[in-house]
Design a protein around this ligand. Sequence first.
Ligand code: PLP
Length: 461
Amino acid sequence: MEVKKIFLPESELPRQWYNILADMPTPMEPPLHPGTGQPVGPEDLAPIFPMNLIEQEVSPQRFIDIPEDILKVYTIWRPTPMYRAYNLEKYLKTPARIYFKNEGVSPAGSHKPNTAVAQAYYNKVAGTKRITTETGAGQWGSALSMACAFFGLECKVYMVKISFNQKPYRRLMMETWGANCVASPSTETKAGQSILAENPDSPGSLGIAISEAVEAAVTGKDSKYSLGSVLNHVMLHQTVNGLECQKQMAIAGDYPDVIIGCAGGGSNFAGCAFPFARDKIHGKDIDIIAVEPMSCPTMTRGPFAYDFGDTVQMTPLMPMHTLGHSFVPAPIHAGGLRYHGMAPTVSQLILDGIIRPEAVPQLETFQAGITFARTEGFISAPETNHAIAMVIREAIKAREEGKEKVILLNWSGHGLVDMAAYEAYLRGKLSDHALPEEEIHRALNDIEKLPKPKQYRAGKI
Ligand SMILES: Cc1ncc(COP(=O)(O)O)c(C=O)c1O
């Protein structure tokens, strides 16, 4: 019988994370202080993050040991299984061999606990009592709520209002794990109040929710802020996944020609792809594709520039692909992909030609999710459907070219709490959101006066 799943025993759980900063072809430019425009030092970040995570953020060390207490929690769901998508291959009549790594088996349903658990642990060790954060679709908020429960920390989540209303069960998951979750923009912070004064009907955005969570951390007692994506240490923690993938591909006797993940802030994609990107930097031929929504085309249309990570300009300026910090994406159902920026590491690797960005429209992503569910069974998160849409395109291309490609999909999460989005699709209520150039120009005006990175590139608009 064909082997469907490739399991790793717990003894094969990676004991270290992989840090791509040690192998970047071009050195990263530093984050800048939001007030002075000078490179930020550890002391500038100390009100926001604990020092042990700040050290990890800038560490040049290639491999970093995973503490025993984190490994113990990881074993609840890790190592995660890798599957061969035989049914999807057959349906597409493709000679491609498609593998998918199932990160949806974590208790919270996605890859997000890989870093949530690590961040909660390092905060606990540093003496933090309360963690604040933002969440889009609710996957990150629920992952951090669970992690805080494991380490006895309070957790406060600002959830983008559109998702708060679309996904009540995510909020209830957070409450079940003991967190407090409010809709953002909220009246609880100055940042939220200022947005509501301008637009009382604001659907919210990840940028706004980050502003609220950062403000709550710097003004709260024993509080720190935690980010679910974008930062170097988040990408680092996620590599536990890609390191497992490397072992599982070796067991399958294959090596990926194409690696595909969706990218909101870049963390699930980076987690799967970075260990392989290291191979590519050292000469391997791999097509590594990061997929984003056409309605939030950060990588495919945004410039590489310095920008704030949040809307109210509280975070350091980061060198990244961005649509401008005031950009509020259309209310698509992939809430976790509605972010104006992108991880600086992912952005830099795009400039260096290691990663290839692509954008797909919403309707194609849901069609892909339905095809995947009807062939492989699993119902994917709307974010994950973006990656699946690209897998289908690549598998069809392989058929047309008659090539036996090996495609690795990072299946970042399940969509069992996202059925309202599927209902909207199945009832014909969803549409594609064309993004007019003027809207991008308007948002990019806000970053005109900010310092420019040495490698500044204008966007494709
Ligand atoms: C299932 C899933 N996939 C992908 C993402 C996108 O985030 P990132 O690019 O950091 O992986 C999210 C974010 O919420 C998510 O929940």
